[in-house]
Design a protein around this ligand. Structure first.
Ligand SMILES: [Zn+2]
Length: 196
């Protein structure tokens, strides 16, 4: 079996070489965040072709990295579905009639129905589900409870990066009249920091 760390290193090098930058978020803003597979991409987190477009965004995250709530929300529900999302969390954002999904965790750190705040750890990253053995967070933004997370099933999904405003910063005040997301991984000064 291929070592997931070696695979991730290879993919990160490929991503760096291709100059892949997040859509809707400037590279200067978050230079350490590596997007392995953008929304609607026909390439997987492992840089191999997908048959159908990607309904979310894949963000590189060494296994065990805390996965952070991208906005205030309510856990509805936890997911444990090996063929798809794997171990994951769906957060409802009722004020904005949107949901976010976080997939491929090693485990969750929250309970069904729990209220969480932006930046709060909701799980640990990993390779559960259809992660192509590349540790990453699949982030999905939906206008109804995110469901299948399957390639090609884009109904009710939107590009999360269109509303990502950068790393979570506890000092910052975020708008309350519209949904904005922060990166679902710890990052500081624009760099993902897996030890934080
Ligand atoms: Zn994905």
């Amino acid at each position: 079996m291929t070592d997931p760390r070696a695979l991730l290193a290879a993919v990160l090098m490929t991503a760096a070489a291709s100059g892949a930058t997040p859509v809707g978020v400037s590279a200067e803003q978050t230079p350490g965040v590596v997007i392995l597979s953008p929304y609607r991409s026909l390439l997987g987190a492992n840089a191999r072709p997908r048959l159908l477009p990607h309904p979310g965004v894949d963000i590189a995250a060494p296994a065990g990295t805390p996965v952070l709530a991208a906005a205030d929300g309510i856990v509805t529900p936890l997911i444990d579905f090996e063929p798809g999302c794997g171990v994951g969390v769906i957060l409802a954002h009722p004020a904005f009639k949107h949901w976010t999904a976080y997939c491929h965790m090693t485990r969750t750190l929250v309970a069904n129905g729990q209220t969480v705040s932006r930046g709060e750890p909701i799980g640990l990253s990993g390779t559960s589900g259809n992660s192509a053995s590349i540790p990453h967070v699949h982030l999905e933004l939906c206008t109804r409870p995110c469901a299948s997370h399957r390639d090609g099933d884009l109904a009710g999904t939107q590009n999360p990066l269109a509303v990502v405003v950068g790393c979570y910063d506890p000092e910052r005040t975020y708008p309350i009249n519209r949904l904005v997301l922060t990166w679902p991984l710890p990052c500081r000064g624009g760099t993902v920091d897996a030890n934080r």
